[in-house]
Design a protein around this ligand. Structure first.
Ligand code: NAD
Ligand code: UDX
Length: 464
C-alpha cells in the first residue's frame, strides 16, 4: 500500500473535528477533508473568527488556523470527499437507542449504517474504512457485509481505530496520546491497511505507542476503557457518601489510596457525578452486549456503575433541599457551571441538567452562569428530559452572562463544573450580596472550604 495522500472524515463533531485537525497539522502532505450533513456546523468550522468554531477546546483554534485552507478542509460535499479519499474515517455519533429493541441501552447504529451505505454507493476505487466512532464489538462485521455486497468490485479494508481523547484536553491528548489503538484483520490486506494507518500516526507519535490488535479486541477495548474509568469515579463517589457519614475526608482517602502504585492517583476525584456523551452511553451498550450473550452477572456488575452515578446526582440535589430547611420553593439557587467538565462547551449528560431538573421539581428558581455554554443549550438540555413544558423551564431557569449577577440574592450556590475561574472570584463580595444564611454546595471539591467558612458561608462539599 502506498502512502496515504487523501483522507476523508465523515462527522465534524467533538471527535472528528479535533482529531482530523491534528492529523492535518501534523501531516502537511495529506489532504484531510471533514464532511458533515449539518451545514451550520460546517459553516462554523469555516468561520474566519476562530472564536466561533463549534467545538471549544483549549489550543484547537491554533491547530485549525495552522492547517485550514492548506490541507484541512470542512465541507458538506460528502460524496465528493468519499470519492477522492483513500482512507475514510467514520466519526459520526452513536447515541443510545431511544426506540425499538435495546431502547435505552444499545447503541443506535443508524448513522453508521448510513455512512457504510453511502461509501458503498460512491466508491469507485479501493478504500480503507476506519471506525473512529465508539462501536459495539463486532460492528465491523456489519460494515463489511454492506461494503462487500455492492457488486462493483471495489475492495474495502475495515479498521477499528477508537478515539481516547477526553474533552477539555482533546488537543493535548491527540498530540501526545498514551497510545493509539488500531485493529485490523490478520490477512495480508488487513496488515497492509493497518500499516498505512500506522504510518499516518507515526508522523508524530512514537512507534511503541501505536498498538495493533485484531478488530474485535480494538472495538471492545474502547468500551472497556470507558467502563474502567467511569467505574473509578463511581467507586470514589460511593466512598464519598460513606465519608460524609463517618467524618472521613474523601480527598484524603483518594490521596492515600492513589499513592499505592497499583491503584494510581487519576480518576479518583469525587464529584456530583460523571457526565459527558461517552461514559453512560458506552457502559449501557456494554451491559446490553453482555445481556445479549446471556452474561447477566457481567451485565449487572457494570450496570451498578450507572446506578451509583444516578444516585450521586440525585443525592446532591436532595442534600440542597434538605439543608435549606426542606424547601427551596421560590428560592434562588445559583449554579456555577453547566458543562459536564471544565474547558469544554459540551453539556451532554452533564450532572447540572439532572440537579436542575430535581430543583425545578421543588419549585426553585435556578440561576446559571457558565463561561462557555450558551443559554439555548441549557434550555434544550432541560426540554429534552420532558419533565415539564419548555415554557415552564424558561420560567424556572435564568441564564446570566455575569457570574456576580447570577449569584446576587441567591440562597445557595451549587458548583457543578470545576472551571478554574470560580476559584478566583471575590467571595467576600458574593457573600455580601447573598441571602443569609448563605450556603455553598461544592459538587467538585473546587473551592477553599476554610476561606469560605471564614467569610461566613455554610459550606458543604462532596465527601466531607
Ligand atoms: P458529535 O455528535 O459531536 O458529532 C457527530 C457528527 O456526525 C454530527 O455533526 C453529525 O451531524 C454528523 N453525522 C451523523 N451522521 C452523518 C452522516 N451520515 N453523514 C455526515 N455526517 C453525519 O459526536 P462526537 O462526540 O464527535 O462522537 C462521535 C463518535 O466518537 C461517537 O461514537 C462517540 O462515542 C465517539 N467518541 C466521542 C468522544 C468525545 O469525547 N466526544 C471521545 C471518544 C469517542
Ligand atoms: C471520556 C474518556 O476519558 C475518554 O478517554 C473517552 O475518549 C471519552 O470519554 P470525557 O467524557 O470527555 O472523556 O471526559 P473525562 O475526563 O473522562 O470525564 C468524564 C466525566 O467524569 C466528567 O463529568 C468528569 O467531571 C467526571 N470525572 C472525571 C469525575 O467526576 N472525577 C474524576 O476523577 C474524573
Amino acid at each position: 500500500m502506498s502512502k496515504i495522500k487523501n483522507i476523508c472524515c465523515i462527522g465534524a463533531g467533538y471527535v472528528g473535528g479535533p482529531t482530523m485537525a491534528v492529523i492535518a497539522a501534523k501531516c502537511p502532505d495529506i489532504k484531510v477533508t471533514i464532511v458533515d450533513l449539518n451545514a451550520a456546523r460546517i459553516a462554523a468550522w469555516n468561520d474566519e473568527n476562530l472564536d466561533n468554531l463549534p467545538v471549544y477546546e483549549p489550543g484547537l483554534d491554533k491547530i485549525v488556523a495552522q492547517a485550514r485552507g492548506r490541507n484541512l478542509f470542512f465541507s458538506t460535499e460528502v460524496e465528493k470527499a468519499i470519492d477522492e479519499a483513500e482512507m475514510i474515517f467514520i466519526s459520526v455519533n452513536t447515541p443510545t437507542k431511544t426506540y425499538g429493541v435495546g431502547k435505552g441501552m444499545a447503541a443506535d447504529l443508524k448513522y453508521i449504517e448510513l455512512c457504510a451505505r453511502q461509501i458503498a454507493s460512491v466508491a469507485k476505487t479501493d478504500k480503507i474504512v476506519v471506525e473512529k466512532s465508539t462501536l459495539p464489538v463486532r460492528t465491523a462485521e456489519a460494515i463489511r457485509s454492506i461494503l462487500d455486497n455492492t457488486g462493483n468490485g471495489v475492495k474495502f479494508q475495515i479498521l477499528s481505530n477508537p478515539e481516547f481523547l477526553a474533552e477539555g484536553t482533546a488537543v493535548e491528548d491527540l498530540l501526545n496520546p498514551d497510545r493509539v489503538l488500531i485493529g485490523g484483520e490478520t490477512t495480508e490486506g488487513g496488515e497492509k491497511a493497518m500499516q498505512a494507518l500506522v504510518e499516518v500516526y507515526a508522523n508524530w507519535i512514537p512507534a511503541e505507542r501505536i498498538l495493533t490488535t485484531n478488530v474485535w479486541s480494538s472495538e471492545l477495548s474502547k468500551l472497556t476503557a470507558n467502563a474502567f474509568l467511569a467505574q473509578r469515579v463511581s467507586s470514589i463517589n460511593a466512598m464519598s457518601e460513606l465519608c460524609e457519614k463517618t467524618g472521613a475526608d474523601v480527598n484524603e482517602v483518594a490521596k492515600a489510596i492513589g499513592m499505592d502504585s497499583r491503584i494510581g492517583p487519576k480518576f479518583l476525584k469525587a464529584s456530583v457525578g460523571f457526565g459527558g456523551s461517552c461514559f453512560q452511553k458506552d457502559i449501557l451498550n456494554l451491559v446490553y452486549i453482555a445481556k445479549s450473550y446471556g452474561l447477566n452477572e457481567v451485565a449487572d456488575y457494570w450496570e451498578q456503575v450507572i446506578i451509583m452515578n444516578d444516585h450521586q446526582k440525585r443525592r446532591f440535589a436532595a442534600n440542597i433541599v434538605k439543608t435549606l430547611y426542606n424547601t427551596v420553593s421560590g428560592k434562588k439557587i445559583a449554579f456555577l457551571g453547566w458543562a459536564f467538565k471544565k474547558d469544554t462547551n459540551d453539556t451532554r449528560e452533564s450532572a447540572a441538567i439532572y440537579v436542575a431538573d430535581d430543583l425545578l421539581n421543588e419549585q426553585a428558581n435556578v440561576a446559571v452562569y457558565d463561561p462557555k455554554v450558551e443559554a439555548g443549550h441549557m434550555y434544550a438540555d432541560l426540554d429534552y428530559l420532558e419533565t415539564r413544558s419548555a415554557a415552564e423551564n424558561a420560567k424556572g431557569l435564568t441564564v446570566f452572562n455575569d457570574p456576580y449577577e447570577a449569584l446576587q440574592g441567591a440562597h445557595a450556590i451549587a458548583v457543578l463544573t470545576e472551571w478554574d475561574e470560580f476559584k478566583g472570584y471575590d467571595w467576600q463580595r458574593i457573600y455580601d450580596n447573598m441571602n443569609k444564611p448563605a450556603f455553598v454546595f461544592d459538587g467538585r471539591n473546587l473551592l477553599d472550604a476554610d476561606k469560605l467558612r471564614e467569610i461566613g458561608f455554610f459550606f458543604n462539599a462532596i465527601g466531607k
